[in-house]
Structures are given as C-alpha cells and as structure tokens.
Design a protein around this ligand. Structure first.
Ligand SMILES: C[S@@+](CC[C@H](N)C(=O)[O-])C[C@H]1O[C@@H](n2cnc3c(N)ncnc32)[C@H](O)[C@@H]1O
Length: 314
C-alpha cells in the first residue's frame, strides 16, 4: 500500500486517480460512479496530508507561529512586580528643593544657561509636541488643582509648558517635574534637522531648556534628564509624589506598562494619572494594551478624553 503521508500530496492524487479511472474503464463502470470514488479518495488523501506525522512537529510549529504561548507561572507573577512601598510623602513645598539637592548638588540646572559653546546651536524657541494642548490638560488641572505634576516624556516641553501656563492662570503654585532622557529615539536627527547634534549628542535637552527659559517658566518646570524607570523608582524612594501624572514616553507595550506601574505608586490620594496615544497611530496597540491591562488588574476604569486616556475608579 502507498504511504501517502510520506509522498508529495498532488503527485499521490494524480497517480491514484489515473489508476482508478483506468480500472473503472476496464470494468465498464459508468462515469458518475467513477467520479464519486475519485472524490472520496481525494477527500481521504487531503485528510491524510493534514494529519501530523509527528505530533511534536506540530507543537513546535504552533509555538513558533504565535505569540500566545502561556508563560510559566513565575514569569507571569514577575511581570506584575514593581516597587510596592514608597517613602513617606514629602510636603509639596519641599519637592523642588529635594530634587535640586538630590540631583543637581543644590544648584539650579538653569544657572548659567546657555553656555557659550551651546548658544549658537539653539533656536530662540522651537516647540513641537503631539496632542500637547489637548482639552484633557485643562480638564484635569481644573479638576485636580495640582501642586505637583510629574510628566513622563517631555521632548521639547510643549505639554509641560502648556500645563505651566494653565496652572499659572489658575493662580496655583505648581511644580512640574519633567522626566526625559532627552535622547528622543534613533533617527531623530533626520526628522528634526534643525535640532543639532554634536558627536552624536542631540541638543534636545538644551533646546528644551531654551524653550522653558523663553516662556519664563523656570520656576514652574524642573527637569530630570534620565531614564523613566530609574527616575520613577528614585522618586518613590524619596517620597516625591504628585497629584497629576502624565505618561507619554516609550509607546511600546513594555515601556508603557513599566512607566504606568511605576508612576501609579507616585500618585497622592485623589490624584489622577493620564497619558497620550490611546487613540492615535503612534500607539501601535502598545499603550492601549498596557493601559487596559493595568486598569483590569487594578480594578480601574479607562476614560477617554480626546486622544488621551485617564484612569479613574470603577
Ligand atoms: C512623545 S515624546 C513626549 C512629548 C511631550 N509629552 C509633548 O507632548 O510635548 C516622548 C519622549 O519620551 C522620551 N523617552 C522615551 N523613552 C524614554 C525612557 N525610557 N526614558 C526617558 N525618556 C524617554 C523621549 O526622549 C521623548 O522625548
């Protein structure tokens, strides 16, 4: 008997079909009966070709072709583990001085800006953001009236400057802490040719400072020029908490997931966390997936405000 599962399927069908047809001819059967048998044989051969020769081959194919492999239980637990307990919250009037002391040796990072070798590389004001003046900022600032804001992902300061203006209009004495490594992303200099680069060092940080100086917001805005993960963990250790936290740094799932988890621990009671790109193409399902998962795990509700997401209680 022919081992159909070991030979090329179309060749098997053609060979067997030819043999059966001629056998029917020799025995004088009518055409419909012959066609019926051929149909049955084709169906059977199709089934054989779909049956795994070795079940482990199929398991391998399945695992390499999909991303829905269940992780081992321990790994699943690890993904939910972030720092649990932050230090006793600092009173908001001590926040600025604490950052200056802990990060900048007690000196204002605006002092002596711009250094002579940097000045010619900067534009007087160069602001660009994404959804940086959306209604969500005004809505939340009016509602929360924050004394401390943490912005995760600042770029050229468009949204931070907008928040500084909104809090000033309300007569609030708000400190806005901007966390950004000011490196942007690979390929940034090709997209923003007017932001200069020296020896691979983009002038993003300096242009951001220049923008803040230009709008007279150096008292309201302080920057923390490091990676989001390490900075949020330090703020937690130092008890630097906020009433309003905006998340708008890395947009892939893992960055957003990590930023949201770390940031949420820094919320003062009654505070609100929100972020950009819940509804934009830049999301690429990373941000939305992270936000939805965080809400599900923590029993929160995701509210949409324009392109932004806002987390609230159920
Ligand atoms: C979309 S931009 C922020 C835009 C800003 N919120 C606005 O609307 O004006 C994202 C910023 O996140 C920063 N960023 C991304 N991943 C980061 C990380 N892991 N640590 C620090 N900064 C990061 C980039 O340098 C970039 O400036």
């Amino acid at each position: 008997m022919i081992q159909y599962s070991n030979i090329d399927f179309p060749a098997a069908v053609i060979t067997a079909t030819a043999k059966i047809t001629s056998a029917f001819h020799r025995r004088g059967y009518t055409k419909p009966a012959a066609y019926f048998v051929i149909l049955l044989l084709s169906y059977y051969l199709g089934y054989l070709s779909a049956v795994p020769k070795n079940p482990s081959d199929v398991r391998q194919q399945h695992y390499s072709a999909t991303t829905t492999v269940n992780p081992p239980p321990q790994a699943a637990v690890d993904h939910y583990q972030f720092q649990t307990q932050c230090a006793t919250p600092l009173p908001s009037h001590l926040v600025r001085q604490t950052i200056l002391t802990r990060i900048f040796n007690g000196t204002s990072p605006y002092h002596g800006f711009p250094q002579p070798h940097i000045k010619p590389l900067l534009r007087q004001k160069r602001i660009k953001g994404w959804g940086s003046t959306g209604a969500v900022f005004k809505n939340l600032i009016n509602k929360v009236r924050p004394t401390t804001v943490i912005e995760i992902g600042t770029f050229l300061g468009a949204s931070a400057i907008h928040m500084a203006e909104l809090t000033r209009q309300l007569g609030l004495d708000t400190q806005i802490l901007c966390i950004d490594d000011f490196r942007g992303w690979p390929g940034l200099p090709n997209q923003f040719r007017d932001i200069k680069m020296i020896n691979g060092d983009t002038m993003l940080l300096y242009q951001f400072i220049q923008n803040v100086v230009q709008v007279n917001a150096t008292e309201a805005i302080l920057f923390l020029p490091f990676s989001t993960g390490s900075t949020l963990d330090r703020l937690c250790e130092w008890g630097v908490l906020a009433d309003l936290i905006e998340v708008d740094a890395g947009h892939d799932f893992h960055s957003a997931w990590s930023d949201i988890n770390r940031a949420y621990k820094l919320l003062r009671p009654g505070g609100v966390i929100f972020g950009h790109d819940y509804f934009t193409v830049a999301d690429n399902r990373g941000v939305r997936r992270a936000v939805n998962m965080f809400a599900r795990v923590n029993g929160l509700r995701v509210k949409a405000d324009g392109q932004h997401w806002v987390l609230g209680s159920l």
